[in-house]
Design a protein around this ligand. Structure first.
Ligand SMILES: [Zn+2]
Length: 144
């Protein structure tokens, strides 16, 4: 019998790993996601925040240099290709894969502001739109 056992991980250590320049960028990106995701699997970041988490320090000037956009994009794509992140991940919201990670603050049905769907804007055909993850009881309160 195969048991898909699970354990809890402290998120703080993942955030520390995200800041470790000795690790490859894609692993730092994935670590940032694992250190910040909420129960809905989404880890949102302010504009430029992720680049700053993955910053390096200039050895000559001592200046903190945020990871540039192109390298950040590539790091996210690499983490996705390694299945450490969901393919829905962007620089503003990293999504952990549901097959690998569960739990976190908030509730699993919480809508992500970075991935919110705008049915009125996207569906001009007049089709009705039903959110997949709507949960009538859990969607109230429980946000932190
Ligand atoms: Zn999101």
């Amino acid at each position: 019998m195969i048991v898909n056992s699970w354990a809890r991980h402290y998120q703080e250590i993942w955030l520390e790993r995200a800041g470790d320049p000795a690790l490859p960028d894609w692993l730092r990106v994935a670590s940032a996601a694992y250190g910040r995701h909420r129960a809905n699997g989404h880890a949102t970041f302010k504009r430029g925040q992720l680049a700053l988490i993955l910053a390096s320090v200039d050895r000559e000037t001592g200046a903190v240099v945020p990871l540039d956009r192109r390298h950040l994009y590539r790091a996210i794509q690499t983490a996705i290709s390694h299945h450490w992140l969901s393919e829905r991940s962007t620089a503003r919201c990293l999504v952990v894969p549901a097959h690998a990670v569960t739990g976190g603050l908030g509730d699993a049905w919480e809508e992500c502001p970075q991935h919110v769907r705008h049915p009125a804007k996207r569906h001009h055909s007049g089709m009705t739109f039903t959110p997949k993850r709507h949960h009538p009881v859990m969607s109230e309160g429980a946000t932190q």
